[in-house]
Design a binder for this molecule. Structure first.
Ligand SMILES: C[S@@+](CC[C@H](N)C(=O)[O-])C[C@H]1O[C@@H](n2cnc3c(N)ncnc32)[C@H](O)[C@@H]1O
Length: 202
């Protein structure tokens, strides 16, 4: 799918994302991992700012998303929180930051959408300071054989309809990167991945 169509899809979903919050079934996973974000945080694919509520140790937040509608919702949400927020409309896959710019990088539900997720992790490694934190809450291929079969089957349709792959092995992608995985937890028949990683000391 071309970039413009993908952005349009997420623009259309923005209101739904904004209304979701505590009602949805990812709340407990976010609460488990994102309070560990600290210092200057880069949140990629920040969406409507759902994760802001979990940040207690964050002094400054840079949020990136290519959907203008998502960013409008994130800007409104950011007013409720004490940290300084800068929101940037850009494609995570083609943008650049200086090396060692952030203490923590957060991503939730974005690795399903990237063309080249491994390259995004390589960018994280550069952008995050040595031994900085990478916190991921991502959905991907289930560890259940039956479910993973269905996920593989519906993947092309899911990409067309919501712009999101169902069959990615998130754990495998992170393990193949140069990030160090500190902890990994799987939920929902292994289809929800929580990963605590850190950048190497370079
Ligand atoms: C499934 S939503 C998740 C939003 C938010 N992280 C959350 O957990 O609620 C995916 C988000 O990723 C953004 N996105 C996907 N690919 C992107 C890219 N290459 N660059 C910037 N944003 C992207 C979409 O616009 C959308 O806001």
């Amino acid at each position: 799918m071309d970039r413009k169509s993908l952005i349009r899809k997420f623009d259309k979903q923005a209101k739904k994302y904004d209304a979701r919050r505590e009602k949805d079934n990812t709340y407990r996973f976010r609460k488990r991992i994102f309070p560990e974000a600290e210092g200057h945080v880069l949140e990629v694919a920040v969406g409507s700012g759902y994760n802001f509520a979990f940040y207690s140790e964050v002094s400054e937040l840079t949020g990136v998303d290519f959907s203008g509608e998502m960013l409008k919702a994130a800007a409104a949400a950011s007013k409720d929180y004490p940290f300084t927020t800068t929101l940037i409309q850009a494609d995570v896959e083609s943008m650049a930051f200086d090396a060692d710019s952030f203490d923590t990088i957060v991503s939730s539900l974005s690795f399903c959408a990237y063309r080249e997720p491994a390259k995004v992790l390589e960018k994280f490694r550069k952008w995050c300071r040595p031994e900085g934190k990478i916190l991921l809450m991502e959905h991907g291929i289930s560890s259940n054989k039956f479910l993973s079969g269905i996920q593989r089957l519906v993947d092309p349709a899911a990409v067309m309809i919501v712009g999101c792959h169902q069959n990615r092995d998130i754990s495998g992608i992170v393990k193949s990167s140069r990030l160090n995985i500190l902890r990994e937890e799987r939920y929902l028949a292994g289809s929800m991945y929580l990963i605590w990683a850190e950048t190497d000391s370079r």
